[in-house]
Design a protein around this ligand. Structure first.
Ligand SMILES: [Fe+2]
Length: 264
């Protein structure tokens, strides 16, 4: 099998052709896909219609599947395979730029989605956080060196009515453990709230700037889902945004998330 990798934009994402994910992936093929993921941030396959067993087998090539919240719906017979179904727009905490679970001490490293039911709309966008860092001036890069921010799950807690707000402290610039490249690690203003050693008034303008800088149109890939698509992304060098423009229509994507490492 010969794998073709085609960039989806000039900044983030690649389309993969020539790899059938319902069949076993060889170590040679995996090495090619792995290199593509950690450099492009997002990989897209069309027309896979990934079976649950194949989804789980593919995920295990990349790492250890994370324990799911038992309250999340899962594919019948596959408790490790979460069904991401429609949620009311008013409580859609994912309709903001974020890196998954950044408010936990050990955020997940990779997620894999398989599209089962797709409405008109419901696109997902990703941005490239290596480029967000690279595009900063040397003076700004030097200023951010060693700064850490307090990240909270306030947005999620507020929208879901959860009393206990999780939080964690992470570097604003993290080094990807595999590529060794630096990536900007920020998020929605509800999430990235304050920089250690600074007041909120000092932190806010800088965090707002970094958030807006990261999500400029020339740093984004917008995926228009089709049934059968598979998308894998690296949470350590991207952020994503789930567009909720599909009203009450059904939407179902199967998801597996892989355990990550403490950001450094
Ligand atoms: Fe997410």
């Amino acid at each position: 099998m010969s794998i073709t990798i085609t960039p989806l934009t000039g900044s983030v994402g690649a389309l993969i052709e020539g790899a059938d994910l319902n069949q076993p992936i060889t170590p040679e093929e995996f090495a090619v896909l792995h290199q593509a993921l950690v450099t492009k941030g997002v990989l897209v396959w069309r027309g896979q219609h990934l079976k649950p067993d194949a989804h789980i087998a593919f995920a295990k090539l990349w790492g250890t599947p994370a324990q799911n919240n038992p309250l999340d719906p899962s594919v019948p017979g596959y408790p490790g395979l979460i069904q991401v179904t429609k949620i009311p727009k008013a409580t859609a905490s994912t309709e903001a730029w974020h890196s998954d679970s950044i408010y936990t001490k050990v955020p997940p490293k990779i997620s894999i989605l398989s599209a089962v039911v797709v409405p008109h709309g419901g696109d997902t966008m990703w941005c490239n956080q290596y480029l967000s860092y690279d595009r900063l001036s040397p003076a700004m890069q030097a200023m951010l060196e060693g700064l850490r921010a307090r990240f909270t799950g306030l947005r999620l807690a507020r929208m879901r009515g959860i009393d206990e707000v999780p939080e964690a402290v992470h570097p604003i610039v993290r080094t990807h453990p595999e590529t060794k490249r630096k990536a900007l690690y920020v998020g929605h203003p509800d999430t990235a709230q304050q920089i250690e050693g600074m007041t909120v008034a000092e932190s806010r303008p800088l965090l707002n700037f970094l958030y807006e800088h990261s999500t400029a149109p020339d740093n984004i890939y917008r995926h228009m889902w089709q049934v059968g698509d598979v998308v894998i992304w690296d949470n350590r060098c991207t952020m994503h945004y789930a567009v909720h423009d599909y009203g009450e229509a059904d939407r179902c994507l199967n998801r597996i998330t892989l355990l990550g490492e403490v950001p450094v």
